[in-house]
Write a protein that binds this ligand. Structure first.
Ligand code: DQA
Length: 147
């Protein structure tokens, strides 16, 4: 089973960026943890981060024949990118949306996700753990279909 983890804009700043909200661990820490978790769970994990909407869209499209699912934290694109929403809707594998922080306890603009309706679900506010939970949920959903 192969999953792609996509982190969107500003998530390369984890560890430096608003540590009271996002914690002190870096994107590299997160990606290393996910690779190790993948090994334990027998999931092949590939991580990708971009600050650019088009690059995230391309990564979603290109994942079609290569991955069984995507764990996606679209960052602020969550709240307004219809283009990323359409990219998710265009692929046949499941996508789970993850947010490190509890967006519902934050500013009003973060309460809306334009991408969530085309994912199979969201995991919000559980820190880095949310990515692992998303992988477990994807693993169960994808079931027997292994690449
Ligand atoms: C975030 C929440 C978004 O509102 C914000 O723009 C981010 C990170 C999260 O993981 O909590 O960049 O997606």
């Amino acid at each position: 089973m192969k999953f792609l983890v996509i982190n969107g804009p500003n998530l390369n700043r984890l560890g430096l960026r608003e540590p009271a909200i996002y914690g002190s661990k870096t994107l590299t820490d997160l990606e290393m943890d996910l690779l190790a978790f993948g090994e334990v769970e027998q999931i092949e994990v590939t991580c990708f981060q971009s600050n650019h909407e088009g690059d995230i869209i391309d990564a979603i499209h290109e994942a079609e024949d290569q991955f069984d699912g995507i764990v996606l934290n679209p960052g602020a694109f969550t709240h307004y990118s219809y283009a990323i929403r359409d990219a998710i809707a265009s692929v046949s594998f499941p996508v789970i949306e993850v947010h490190i922080s509890n967006v519902h306890a934050r500013e009003e603009f973060r309460h809306t996700s334009v991408t969530a309706p085309v994912t199979i679900g969201q995991i919000i506010g559980l820190g880095f753990k949310g990515y692992e939970l998303a992988m477990l949920a994807l693993k169960e959903r994808v079931g027997g279909i292994k690449r």
